[in-house]
Design a protein around this ligand. Structure first.
Ligand SMILES: *[C@@H]1O[C@H](CO)[C@@H](O)[C@H](O)[C@H]1NC(C)=O
Ligand SMILES: *[C@@H]1O[C@H](CO)[C@@H](O)[C@H](O)[C@H]1NC(C)=O
Ligand SMILES: *[C@@H]1O[C@H](CO)[C@@H](O)[C@H](O)[C@H]1NC(C)=O
Ligand SMILES: *[C@@H]1O[C@H](CO)[C@@H](O)[C@H](O)[C@H]1NC(C)=O
Ligand SMILES: *[C@@H]1O[C@H](CO)[C@@H](O)[C@H](O)[C@H]1NC(C)=O
Ligand SMILES: *[C@@H]1O[C@H](CO)[C@@H](O)[C@H](O)[C@H]1NC(C)=O
Ligand SMILES: *[C@@H]1O[C@H](CO)[C@@H](O)[C@H](O)[C@H]1NC(C)=O
Ligand SMILES: *[C@@H]1O[C@H](CO)[C@@H](O)[C@H](O)[C@H]1NC(C)=O
Ligand SMILES: *[C@@H]1O[C@H](CO)[C@@H](O)[C@H](O)[C@H]1NC(C)=O
Length: 535
């Protein structure tokens, strides 16, 4: 009689202290949302929200909790929500109200616009009940003000000496980027003195409490590159969970600096984002060889690219569909993010082909879309289901590094484990061309394209030909023999398991693929860059 309650108590204790690490996050797939813009409470006027008004539209932690099916049904295993801490309380500024959550006032309190402490706990509990993770956005670099001489008593750090002295940021000067104030003179962002030991200690206590109180599984850290990189190691240790920082820009050496030991676990993959735009934007330079260069430079320059956050949109960038109207450009770029190394991230509304431009137009309310099951939503669902299946069935797949196997102006192909992804830059109009891609598979091997559910057969020379008679769609190919258990293309989602609970399919997997050395792959990548396309 005494056993059961004490067991329950210890289980509850275990849950509360189970901290998700980078290794735990590697297998996740993240849906990023702005709390104010994701879902309305019942009865609210769905036409009232005007994105350009830059004010609150009514989303809350409760409305996220009530609408998690839409996210989970698309195969996501984590959500990233906008900052939860108290924001600026004063009159409306020239840049509107802090509906986005990034204008921190007192970080020791929650933002009452989005609910109560219990509401946030309830959201966290519901996310965990679904075996999903909760990532919370935190702003550490700065607070917000409407003057360069703010009243410091309103902040969590109340002494002026805990901030850097005011100076406007000089972009490109790293000392200035770290120690001067972001924002402008209308909305200056007072910059914390993160070199100060007392500030470091207080921030450590703060993040430890926040993570434990709300059972947070991971942090997205705003403006991380505006803080000295060695601040982050101790901060993330105090948090005790995975940390993914915003290091804006395509500077690979800075990306390496902010992921070195003693800094962050991960950063948002801005270098790959920039290269994806250059490769897939229509019209655009179709710089697929540049994408291959950046892919390899990241892999060689950073300690672990498998935990970087891969994205095409976020609250600071124009929507992909704003840059490039042809939906095939989005679908092909999405395949790169899901099927190369890294954690895929989809920004809410991307699945609805939202097309807002720069801030604030990229923060549209989601509800006018009707949460429809669009083509983009379906492709994302398939990519998530397939990636989740690969992770289940093939434990070393995530760590097996993605390799670029060919590039040409018309496309790029990738190999990761047994998965060959063929992406094209040609866009929607059908074209009478085919792309031949050299693969590791033997002649006669049947492959399934998980996106179209068509079968292709490896021809002579281990090459598969993808054609574009129906337009420039992406293809994700895997030996059909490995499809059983995926729940895709009519294959059962159930697999027979042996006594240890291991997926039988996996044993079949290793038998199929000969092991390739990367030198061998590189040789054919070079060759096929020249010969693979009949365009
Ligand atoms: C969660 O929500 C339920 C239903 O609204 C409520 O009964 C419960 O008290 C809430 N729990 C917490 C921890 O907020
Ligand atoms: C603020 O910090 C300075 C320098 O550390 C210190 O001398 C002063 O006493 C502090 N003021 C308050 C009110 O804590
Ligand atoms: C393609 O991208 C690479 C890598 O960013 C860059 O070095 C190169 O100049 C680009 N080429 C063109 C034609 O834009
Ligand atoms: C992209 O956004 C801008 C505003 O930033 C807007 O004027 C333009 O129409 C948008 N383009 C598309 C294709 O939606
Ligand atoms: C979306 O539509 C596809 C194709 O009809 C269907 O297979 C899928 O189950 C739908 N998804 C949801 C969440 O309704
Ligand atoms: C496609 O190209 C082939 C070979 O050049 C040609 O025989 C065929 O007629 C073309 N089809 C179309 C629809 O243009
Ligand atoms: C097979 O591939 C190699 C390397 O790309 C190439 O040199 C050779 O010509 C190809 N043979 C055939 C029959 O396509
Ligand atoms: C998987 O197995 C479960 C339990 O054995 C069964 O209820 C379910 O229908 C099966 N699903 C599929 C897709 O075969
Ligand atoms: C898939 O696997 C199940 C369980 O091992 C087996 O019963 C079924 O015949 C397989 N189906 C195919 C198409 O191979």
């Amino acid at each position: 009689m005494f056993f059961l309650p004490s067991l329950l108590i210890s289980l509850a204790f275990i849950r509360a202290t189970t901290a998700a690490t980078a290794a735990d996050w590697r297998s996740r797939s993240i849906y990023q949302l702005i709390t104010d813009r994701y879902a309305l409470p019942a009865g609210a006027d769905p036409t009232a929200c005007k994105t350009q008004d830059q004010t609150w539209c009514g989303g809350t932690w409760n409305t996220i909790r009530e609408n998690l099916d839409y996210i989970q049904n698309a195969g996501f295993t984590a959500i990233w929500i906008s900052p939860v801490n108290q924001n600026y309380q004063g009159p409306r500024t020239a840049y509107g109200d802090p509906y986005h959550g990034y204008w921190i006032q007192d970080a020791s309190q929650l933002n009452s616009h989005f609910g109560t402490s219990d509401d946030l706990k309830n959201l966290s509990a519901e996310v965990h009940r679904r075996n999903m993770y909760l990532m919370v956005d935190v702003v550490v670099n700065n607070v917000m003000s409407t003057s360069i001489n703010p009243d410091y008593s309103q902040y969590m750090f109340k002494n002026k000496s805990q901030y850097h002295t005011y100076c406007p940021v000089v972009w490109g000067d790293r000392q200035s980027e770290m120690n001067c104030w972001l924002g402008d003179t209308v909305v200056p962002l007072p910059d914390l003195n993160t070199q100060d030991a007392q500030v470091q200690a207080q921030y450590g206590d703060w993040i430890k409490n926040l993570v434990q109180e709300y059972s947070i599984d991971g942090l997205r850290i705003d403006a991380a590159k505006h803080v000295n990189s060695n601040f982050w190691g101790p901060f993330c240790s105090s948090a005790g969970v995975f940390c993914m920082g915003e290091v804006f820009g395509d500077d690979i050496s800075l990306a390496a600096q902010y992921t070195a030991p003693g800094t962050l676990d991960s950063i948002l993959n801005y270098p790959i984002y920039d290269a994806l735009v250059e490769a897939f934007q229509i019209p655009g330079p179709t710089n697929t060889s540049g994408l291959a260069l950046v892919h390899d430079a990241m892999k060689n320059g950073l300690s672990d690219v498998t935990v970087l956050g891969n994205f095409l949109e976020n609250q600071d960038l124009p929507r992909w569909h704003n840059l490039s109207v042809d939906p095939q450009s989005l679908y092909n770029a999405m395949v790169f993010n899901f099927m190369s190394d890294g954690i895929p991230i989809v920004y809410y509304g991307q699945e609805q082909l939202f097309s807002g431009g720069t801030d604030p137009l990229n923060r549209e309310p989601l509800w006018p879309s009707g949460y429809q099951n669009t083509t983009a939503y379906q492709i994302i669902t398939t990519l998530n289901k397939f990636r989740n299946y690969m992770i289940r069935s093939s434990p070393d797949w995530l760590m097996s590094p993605s390799e670029v196997i060919s590039t040409s102006p018309a496309g790029i192909s990738l190999l990761k484990g047994n998965v060959v992804s063929v992406m094209t830059t040609i866009g929607s109009p059908p074209q009478n061309i085919s792309m031949g891609v050299y693969t590791p598979f033997a002649r006669g091997t049947a492959l399934t394209d998980i996106l179209s559910c068509t079968q292709l057969v490896i021809g002579s020379n281990q090459t598969v030909a993808v054609d574009y008679a129906l337009g420039g769609h992406p293809s994700v190919l895997i030996p059909s023999q490995l499809m059983n258990g995926s729940g895709l293309c009519g294959y059962s989602a159930n697999v027979s398991t042996n006594a240890q609970g291991k997926n039988v399919n996996h044993n079949g997997a290793s038998a199929i693929t000969p092991q390739y050395s990367s030198a061998f792959i590189a040789f054919f990548a070079l060759l096929f860059g020249l010969v693979s396309l009949s365009l």
